[in-house]
Write a protein that binds this ligand. Structure first.
Ligand code: PEP
Ligand code: MG
Length: 537
């Protein structure tokens, strides 16, 4: 049987299916035993949650690094916090069931953190919520859902980023999720872990143990495949494996064409944990850190301390290789629940990117201060999205300098940051030469540049086959951007999806693009591809 979902990460997986039980649903009534029984269950659940957090901590330490492991260390400390434990136990003694007591205490503590003045402590609210979730999952048995005996294709309603980080990579062949948005952190981690992933299929319990083939390229899931289908997919899986092994030699150094031109291949990331993966995959830097993903699913924007810590983690993970931190590109399709602005009739043409930042300067200043504070821990650059005028760049740079002066007055150390401008509106491409006087480098965002040049919504599935980043008008604007940047000696990178389009690599390099920044999973393949090109004639 063949089922069609939506492809989120390519690759082929062959093996048995394991259907995960649903995570605990909020509001599900839980029968309470006697207070003594519930207290006993509560402690049993807490120990299991602690074991799980410690497991996550070791996994993060091994796969990602100290900074990432610290998150889980904090969660373990919270699970041992006396005040939290006493509040939960009190509720149980008063007759509530273990799950409800944990949930209520979690909500109370999270609200208390949020009410504090210190942005760092405000940010801890999300950690208490995570700890409360883990504890409740342990109590309901849902925590065991990821303990696997043998490699399997995992199917679930949804996966959380914490779960994916904790997975034993060797035991997971691929993922099938009912709900996973292409830009969600879970999808980003799945891609970073190179897990063939398909979304939009509702897992059925009777699939458990069924042999299946998952085609991450087309979005197909085959149950009990046989004959030509099975042979074809097995062959593709083998060829991919061989190709991946042969790429190992590209992990170090830059990509060099056959005629000796060195091309910088960097990674696009959306979370600090991806930086460690980018480094391992041989990225020469992070060409685009989409910081808005750090706050889209939050109840409020992370404060200065929290943002500083997040940027620092990414910078440290890259060990001195440059990390381009793009300021919040909120608006358009990326609207966080905590922001009222940007809800006009036509949000893609409304208050978004740098326009929003320059209007909401209190938000912008927090981010600029955090970037400056994180900068001493690596090589940082700041980049402004959706620029359409020289004045915007001047205003943003002026605020950056003001933030630096304030930090210096407060004796808070800062680091040097280069200032980049994204070329993703036709206006920016057409005035590239003027913008080049104001910026240290450019990065061409072909996703939006295509959308605004062709007047085609990049999200609209009905435009499939019409939304062409290789349209001659888009290529002409890229050419102008490169020319304008180079005229003032600025490096010109390209960080839109077109950079990962191998059929276009040669054209882009011949146009003079200096750097390509692509999803982490594309870095090695692109470096290998660059090395096959000869641009000498
Ligand atoms: C782009 O527009 O090409 C780009 C890289 O930015 P985003 O996809 O985040 O809008
Ligand atoms: Mg863009």
């Amino acid at each position: 049987m063949k089922l069609m979902g939506k492809s989120l990460c390519p690759g082929v997986a062959l093996g048995p299916i394991h259907v995960l039980p649903e995570t605990e649903k909020r509001g599900k009534p839980t029968p309470a035993g006697t207070p003594e029984q519930e207290l006993e269950r509560l402690e049993w659940g807490r120990q299991r949650a602690l074991d799980r957090v410690r497991g996550q901590q070791s996994a993060a330490l091994e796969k990602l690094g100290e900074g990432e492991a610290d998150i889980f260390r904090l969660h373990a400390l919270m699970l041992e916090d006396r005040d939290l434990l006493e509040t939960v136990r009190c509720a149980v003694r008063a007759g509530a069931c273990a799950e409800d007591s944990v949930r209520e205490a979690g909500e109370t503590f999270a609200a208390a953190f949020r009410a504090l003045n210190d942005p760092y402590l405000q940010g801890r609210a999300a950690d208490v919520e995570e700890v409360s979730r883990l504890w409740r999952e342990a109590l309901s048995g849902a925590a065991e859902r990821l303990e696997l005996d043998a490699p399997a294709i995992l199917c679930a309603g949804e996966f959380s980023p914490g779960e994916l980080i904790a997975l034993e990579r060797e035991k997971v062949l691929g993922l099938v999720a009912q709900r996973m948005a292409p830009d969600s952190h879970a999808a980003i981690l799945a891609r970073a872990m190179a897990l063939p992933t398909v979304a939009g299929l509702v897992p059925q319990t009777h699939w458990e143990g069924t042999f299946a083939a998952l085609d991450g390229e087309t979005g197909a899931l085959y149950l009990d495949p046989e004959g030509e289908t099975l042979d074809g997919l097995t062959e593709r899986a083998r060829a991919r494996q061989e190709a991946a092994e042969s790429l190992g030699c590209f992990r170090t150094g830059s990509a060099v064409t056959r005629d000796g031109r060195s091309v910088s291949v960097c990674a696009n990331i959306a979370a600090p944990e991806e930086a460690a993966l980018a480094w391992k995959e041989g990225a020469q830097g992070v060409g685009l850190f989409r910081t808005e993903f750090l706050c889209l699913d939050k109840k409020q924007c992370p404060g200065e301390e929290e943002q500083t810590a997040l940027y620092r983690r990414a910078l440290e993970a890259m060990e001195g290789r440059r990390v381009v931190i793009r300021t919040l590109d909120i608006g358009g399709d990326k609207r966080p629940p905590w922001l009222e602005a940007g809800k006009g009739e036509n949000p893609a043409l409304g208050l978004r990117g740098i326009r929003l930042s320059l209007k909401k300067t209190e938000l912008f200043r927090i981010q600029l201060r955090a970037i400056l504070r994180a900068a001493p821990y690596g090589t940082a650059a700041v980049m402004f999205p959706m620029v359409s005028s020289v004045e915007e760049v001047r205003a943003a740079r002026a605020l950056l300098e003001q933030c630096r002066e304030e930090l210096e007055m407060q004796d808070i150390p800062t680091g040097e940051v280069e200032v980049g401008v994204m070329i993703e509106t036709p206006a920016a491409a057409l005035i590239a030469e003027d913008l080049a006087r104001e910026a240290d480098f450019f990065s061409i965002g072909t996703n939006d540049l295509t959308q605004y040049t062709l007047a085609m919504d990049r999200q609209d599935p009905d435009l499939e086959g019409m939304y062409h980043p290789c349209h001659p008008a888009v290529l002409e604007l890229i050419r102008r951007a490169v020319e304008g940047g180079h005229r003032h000696g600025r490096r010109v990178a390209l960080c839109g999806q077109l950079g990962a389009e191998r059929s276009m690599t040669e054209t882009l390099l011949r146009m003079g693009v200096d750097e390509l920044s692509v999803p982490v999973g594309e870095v090695l393949g692109l470096k290998a591809h660059v090395s096959t090109l000869d641009l000498s004639n």
